[in-house]
Design a binder for this molecule. Structure first.
Ligand code: EPU
Length: 343
């Protein structure tokens, strides 16, 4: 077990906020995690930190940050794979692709770790982690019991799971079992993925594709659109894409027509529910590339806020977030919700 007091966290959150925590523990086994959770000398509250890629530290953390130091991947047979919570997500994607296992390839190059993938239900290019998960192994905070929760009980939905609210603080994820496919199962229907695959490999025939090929295309797309977290601090998409009813969609369309903003992109979710890209709403409010203190809206994808100066404070990022939300609400009547967790 590694332990540190008053640890600087600037290298442990991709937004690169200069904050510290009272205590930091990296556990190397489930037994170590259980011991820490039961030990009253560790300052509370506990917070599980993965790659720190989907959060904004708003101040120094007063309790104990727990990080999983276990990094094994085991093939269980018949397409089933177990990965420790501390495995870097993209290493997991690369491992699966190298074994010819289908499923995570569209989720390639997402920053973060396996444990957080099961909490956040990470998603990209038409696939979500929740669809691939069989069960999630956890330690329960109050009892230190080990529990294995089937995916069907985790409440997976767009960027959501029970771990994020209903079970918040109750379970610490130690590993995830995935059910992947040994037969080709390419998902090419999101955005320009199919065109990009055809362009790079000359075919979109599932029998001629491999997960490694799709992984290559998705990685290239992400590299072209999103900031490299090693070069520019960010936490990926800052807001969720809002779901709106038909009345709101009509109001957005009317506004777009009135102001000559072009066609409003929208996707049917089902019933009276449509998804409108937050990037479009933010873009049309004129935010692309705008700066506020050291924080800024990323030029290529306005859904992403960045630590442009490298020294942006949490307050500067929060001020930018609030101004964006207020302007989208004022212009389109849509209340954006944060995708990034404030800690
Ligand atoms: N758009 C604009 N202006 C821009 C960029 C985009 O208007 O400058 C509009 C376009 O209409 C475009 C649409 O936004 O078609 C959607 O853009 P994109 O396909 O890039 O995806 P997104 O909806 O903005 C979501 C995820 C991403 C994920 C991509 C691909 C959320 C909150 N974000 O973004 O996830 O990579 O789809 O699946 O759902 C992340 O969570 O960190 C992340 C990057």
């Amino acid at each position: 077990m590694k332990m540190d007091w008053n640890k600087d966290l600037s290298g442990m959150n991709t937004f690169r906020m200069r904050v510290s925590c009272r205590c930091f523990v990296e556990y190397g086994s489930v037994e170590e995690l259980k011991a820490v959770l039961a030990d009253r000398s560790f300052p509370r509250p506990f917070f599980p930190l993965g790659g720190g890629s989907n959060l904004l530290f708003t101040k120094d953390y007063p309790g104990t940050i727990l990080h999983c130091g276990m990094e094994s991947i085991d093939y269980l047979g018949s397409g089933r794979v177990y990965a420790d919570a501390g495995v870097v997500w993209d290493d997991f994607c690369a491992w699966c692709a190298s074994k010819g296992l289908w499923g995570p390839e569209n989720l390639s190059y997402i920053p973060g770790e396996v444990g957080a993938s099961a909490v956040q239900n990470i998603g990209a290019y038409g696939r979500e982690a929740g669809e691939l998960i069989e069960s999630v192994a956890c330690v329960e905070a109050g009892t230190s019991n080990v529990v294995v929760i089937p995916a069907g009980e985790c409440g997976y939905a767009y960027r959501d799971s029970r771990f994020k609210h209903y079970w918040k603080g109750r379970y610490f994820v130690t590993g995830v079992t995935f059910r992947l496919s040994e037969v080709p199962k390419p998902e090419l229907d999101y955005g320009h993925v199919r065109e990009a695959v055809k362009e790079k490999y000359g075919t979109d025939d599932p029998d001629l594709l491999t997960p490694a090929m799709i992984r290559g295309v998705v990685t290239d797309i992400r590299k072209g659109k999103l900031p490299e977290v090693s070069e520019l601090g960010s936490a990926g998409s800052f807001f969720r894409n809002p779901y709106v009813d038909v009345k709101t969609l009509e109001a957005i369309r009317n506004k777009a027509q009135e102001e000559g903003l072009g066609i409003v992109p929208s996707f049917t979710i089902g019933g009276d529910c449509f998804k409108v890209p937050a990037a479009w709403l933010i873009d049309k409010c004129g935010w692309k590339g705008k700066e506020l203190g050291g924080a800024a809206v990323f030029e290529k994808q306005p859904l992403v806020l960045v630590n442009k100066s490298g020294g942006a404070s949490p307050d500067e990022v929060i001020a930018l977030e609030e101004e964006i939300r207020a302007s989208v609400k004022a212009k389109f009547g849509v209340a954006l919700e944060k995708e990034v967790e404030y800690v």
